[in-house]
Write a protein that binds this ligand. Structure first.
Ligand SMILES: C[S@@+](CC[C@H](N)C(=O)[O-])C[C@H]1O[C@@H](n2cnc3c(N)ncnc32)[C@H](O)[C@@H]1O
Length: 292
């Protein structure tokens, strides 16, 4: 086990040995989901892209989507250079094995993003605090080529649903956030404000990506499974009991948060699973442009 500290963003996945291809029932390694994303967000701009495309996937994880996007443009007669920027070295190792360029960096201050014609960010911004999301988008805009496109898919919902998701992700009992870091799910309006503030224009709402379920038990397993298994391996029953107690409290408190939100939400669909809740995520896709 790498360490047991409360850190957020890329680090929490790394320390908890999260395999991004398995998260959300395989959402991030699904051909069907990525094809749908590509059709919704990229097919419409084929006619606007240069023959040689410089493409960056920011927070691109293990490169699954980046590789699909590269194939899509190649099939349509383009030459494309694909670069994945991420802060998780385990994910980048896989991206490199796919033959993609990789940069290990925090995308909020990465200086190596070199004039992309196309930037994609799928399910990345909520890993960052609101002010860091602003930095990410400013940095992206500054680095992009004139007339370049940014396509972003992000977790969202109504104001009260976003507040609930933020409480679930940042709860101290979960062990995901901490050390001055936290996660932040934006409303669609907040995200569009950030894009405008960064200088982007031609903002188009392209509808919603395929959904997946997300919830408190799922979060618990994602950030505590490896740690619990380690205690079991070492036969450390005291730690095991303490984790079980934290688990019980987390599910109880987060169930209350979810029930309170769902009681006045007509947006979220949900189901009960293993004592916790699973909520059907809303995943808007927004495309915008750096106009010359
Ligand atoms: C849910 S995963 C999605 C991965 C990929 N975009 C996909 O759709 O398959 C979010 C990714 O964003 C990365 N990420 C989030 N914030 C980041 C930051 N500030 N700097 C670098 N990587 C970041 C995480 O490390 C993680 O790989």
């Amino acid at each position: 086990m790498k360490s047991l500290v409360n850190v957020s963003g890329s680090n929490a996945d790394y320390l908890s040995k999260v395999e991004i291809d398995k998260v959300g029932g395989g959402y991030f390694s699904s051909y069907e989901v990525s094809d749908d994303f590509i059709v919704k967000s990229l097919r419409g701009i084929l006619g606007c892209m240069p023959k040689n495309i410089n493409f960056y996937d920011l927070g691109g994880g293990d490169g699954f989507l980046g590789e699909r996007i590269r194939e899509f443009f190649e099939e349509n007669g383009f030459n494309i250079t694909t670069t994945i920027v991420d802060d998780n070295v385990d994910y980048l190792k896989k991206a490199k094995e796919r033959g993609l360029n990789v940069i290990k960096s925090d995308i909020s201050d990465c200086q190596e993003i070199n004039r992309p014609d196309l930037v994609v960010m799928r399910s990345v911004n909520h890993y960052n605090q609101f002010h860091t999301q602003r930095k990410v988008l400013h940095n992206c805009f500054r680095s992009m080529a004139d007339n370049g496109f940014l396509v972003s898919q992000f977790i969202s919902g109504s104001r009260s649903e976003c507040i609930a998701m933020n409480k679930l992700m940042n709860h101290p009992l979960l062990g995901r956030a901490g050390n001055g870091h936290s996660y932040y799910v934006t409303t669609e309006e907040e995200y569009i404000e950030l894009l405008l503030d960064s200088g982007f224009s031609n903002i188009e709402h392209l509808g919603y990506a395929k959904t997946t379920y997300w919830g408190n038990e799922m979060l618990w397993q994602r950030f505590n499974k490896a740690r619990t298994e380690e205690f079991l391996e070492k036969n450390n029953l005291l730690e095991k009991r303490s984790i079980e107690e934290r688990h019980r409290k987390y599910i109880q408190l987060s169930n209350e948060i979810i029930e309170n939100t769902l009681s006045h939400s007509n947006n979220f669909r949900f189901k009960k699973n293993l004592g916790g809740y699973e909520i059907e995520l809303k995943f808007p896709i927004i495309r915008c442009k750096k106009n010359k």
